[in-house]
Design a protein around this ligand. Structure first.
Ligand SMILES: [Ca+2]
Ligand SMILES: [Ca+2]
Ligand SMILES: [Ca+2]
Ligand SMILES: [Ca+2]
Length: 252
């Protein structure tokens, strides 16, 4: 970690003064490094802890370029060549652009006191609730929103619709009794609407005690229950076997 950190620090110093030599940079860092209180053993600390802020603060300016803080609204900083100190600029007039290059957050302008004030975000709302919330795109326009979906997935309570006046979904009209609301399953029977908005649970297919349902093939499979006469164990329901007895073979 130390090498990239130190390299970055050198770059910061060179940005302030591109004329610095290697010896200059070394001297500045060595002269502004610090050690923890009481930890001054040069065998442990060398020149001390690298401190980029202290190094920058120790450098006097050589040109206005050295003093520029990159901010528009506080004016152009200048270098007082006689003292080597940076002097603050004169704030730009209120309304001067300090645009951040982002269109959708509006046009930033200087507040006249040295700060850049936020702009008014671009308003893309078309005033229509049901077509969703439009959003600004940086390419220069507005993107359509996602249409409000009101369908609750229940066919029995009718089709819900989006209402602009109340900016909400409003209920549909209940389907007639007997209207199908079947799910994808055969074994649980054919569901129908009850006329009051609900899908009623149908009777299961294959209800005989000895039937099992084959969902894959939509059919009932019968098997022999306890005491049913049988020719082999395959005739018997699972868990039972076809066994002989005085009255013939039965599932047991
Ligand atoms: Ca902007
Ligand atoms: Ca809209
Ligand atoms: Ca519905
Ligand atoms: Ca069903």
């Amino acid at each position: 970690m130390a090498t990239p950190h130190a390299t970055g620090g050198v770059a910061v110093l060179l940005q302030r003064d591109p004329t610095l030599t290697v010896a200059d940079v070394r001297a500045i860092f060595a002269g502004t490094a610090s050690t923890a209180a009481g930890a001054d053993d040069p065998n442990d600390w060398g020149a001390g802890r690298f401190d980029v802020d202290a190094a920058l603060a120790s450098m006097s300016c050589g040109s206005d370029f050295d003093c520029d803080d990159g901010a528009t609204c506080n004016g152009a900083e200048t270098c007082d060549l006689s003292s080597g100190a940076c002097l603050a600029g004169t704030p730009e007039a209120a309304g001067t652009s300090c645009d951040d290059g982002v269109r959708c957050n509006g046009a930033e302008t200087c507040d006249g006191a040295g700060a850049c004030a936020a702009g008014t975000p671009v308003d893309c709302d078309n005033g229509v609730y049901c077509d969703g919330a439009e959003t600004c795109n940086e390419a220069g326009g507005c993107d359509a929103g996602t249409v409000v979906s009101c369908d609750d997935g229940n066919v029995c309570n009718g089709s819900e619709t989006c209402d602009e006046d109340s900016t909400s979904c409003i209920a549909g009209t209940n389907a007639d009794p007997g209207t199908t609301c079947a799910d994808a399953l055969w074994c649980n029977g054919a569901e129908t609407c009850d006329g009051a908005g609900s899908c009623s649970d149908a009777d299961d297919n294959c209800t005989a005690p000895t039937d099992t349902c084959d969902e894959d093939n939509d059919r009932c499979i019968s098997c022999g229950g306890e005491g049913t006469s049988c020719g082999g164990s395959s005739d018997c329901c699972s868990g039972l076997r076809c066994r002989g007895g005085s009255g013939g073979r039965t599932c047991r």
